[in-house]
Ligand binder design. Structure first.
Ligand code: SAM
Ligand code: SF4
Length: 361
């Protein structure tokens, strides 16, 4: 049974040089054609979602009128009675009380906001369009209008960032008491400006420093009461993100919008990563699938292992039966531990999670 729905809004007002998500600079002339195409695709959804996630891009770069148009349309073509969690991603530059109220009125009950850093200099390095004051103001607005479940995204390993600057960003975040914190290590993805800078030697990567940042994050956030339930995700009691949990547990999900992936049983498909093409295909063919595949049981099992290995829940032991020898070595090295019928990374193991995961490929 499918329970998870992802909706991709591919627009941003400014493109960040490190970001590899499918997005484009917002073109105000195309918005309604895009929203109509999205609603056309939503009409084909025939399950009752329990977790809805609006990601991007920046969904809230849409104006209040455009968001109202989208949410009104979705509420007529989807059965939203079973929704427990409805998340919308925001950039601090796109928050207003009016927008917050509108989202709440339509049933959105969780916000994920990209603060990234509380250091003005590092925000400039990241090419962010908002200031730290704006992040604080936007957070306060969201609380004032009534959101009781807010995640803040942070990034560490930013070029030039020192460990004290990172500690400072963490403690400023914690002072706000968000319900959930995602702390990502900066990745240099191909086709981003940051990747080209890395290739040209403008930037360099220091894996030891990244591990130190990560260790500081784990220690500090756990010390102040957040539970690390996935390598990059920390929660207050009961505020785990249902949408992400579903994904890590290998549950089925449907994704709408350009570039969105869907997985149902052994079938996986994704939509074209091109907004103009997406609109055209929805209007001519009634679908915009770019690629479909049937996943083998072995591929599904490997994916499941790799995703759940990053979580506190861990990997169901039966999925690792064929890796007995390696498991033994990791046990002896203190990198993994058994907990009931599951196997999970130890604190030490979290620091080298990618290497452990590679061994199970
Ligand atoms: C779609 S964005 C969130 C909403 C909004 N677009 C924003 O940037 O504020 C998802 C999150 O992914 C993280 N992210 C994006 N690119 C990243 C990268 N190259 N390395 C690490 N984290 C990244 C950021 O923390 C960002 O907030
Ligand atoms: S990080 Fe967020 S705001 Fe920046 S380009 Fe990516 S999706 Fe857009």
């Amino acid at each position: 049974m499918v329970r998870n729905l992802y909706i991709h809004i591919p627009f941003c007002s400014k493109i960040c040089p490190y970001c590899s998500f499918y997005k484009e600079q917002i073109n105000r002339n195309r918005i309604y054609a895009f929203l109509d195409a999205l609603l056309m695709e939503a009409k084909k959804v025939c399950f009752q979602p329990e977790a809805v996630f609006f990601g991007g891009g920046t969904p809230t770069v849409l104006s209040c009128q455009q968001l109202d148009y989208l949410l009104r349309g979705l509420s007529t073509c989807l059965d939203l009675r079973r929704v427990k969690e409805w998340t919308v991603e925001m950039n601090p530059a796109t928050v207003s009380a009016e927008k917050g109220r509108l989202l709440l009125d339509w049933g959105v009950n969780r916000i994920s906001m990209g603060v990234q850093s509380w250091d003005p200099g590092l925000l400039a390095v990241l090419g962010r369009e908002h200031t730290t004051d704006q992040s604080k103001r936007s957070y306060d607005i969201l609380r004032e209008v009534g959101f009781s479940n807010i995640n803040l995204d942070l990034i560490f390993g930013i070029p030039g960032q020192g460990i004290e600057q990172w500690r400072d960003s963490l403690s400023k975040t914690v002072l706000l008491r968000p319900d959930h914190i995602s702390a990502y290590c900066l990745t240099y993805k191909e086709d981003t400006e940051y990747f080209f800078r890395l290739m040209r030697g403008v930037y360099s990567q220091d894996v030891d420093k990244e591990a130190e940042f990560f260790e500081v994050t784990m220690n500090y956030l756990e010390e102040v009461g957040y539970c690390q339930y996935e390598i990059s995700n920390y929660t207050s009691p009961g505020k785990e993100c249902l949408h992400n949990l579903g994904y890590w547990r290998g549950e089925d999900y449907i994704g709408l919008g350009p570039s969105a992936f869907s997985t149902v049983g052994t079938l996986r498909w994704n939509n074209v990563a091109d907004t103009v093409e997406y609109i055209k295909r929805m209007n001519t063919d009634g679908e915009a699938v770019h690629f479909r595949e049937r996943l083998s049981p072995a591929t599904l099992r490997t994916e499941r292992v790799l995703l759940s290995l990053r979580t506190r829940e861990g990997v169901p032991a039966h999925l690792l039966r064929e890796h007995e020898e390696r498991l033994q070595i990791f046990f002896e090295l203190g990198l993994i531990e058994a907990s009931g019928e599951t196997i999970r990374l130890t604190r030490q193991g979290c620091l080298v999670a990618d290497s452990v995961a590679e061994a199970f490929l």
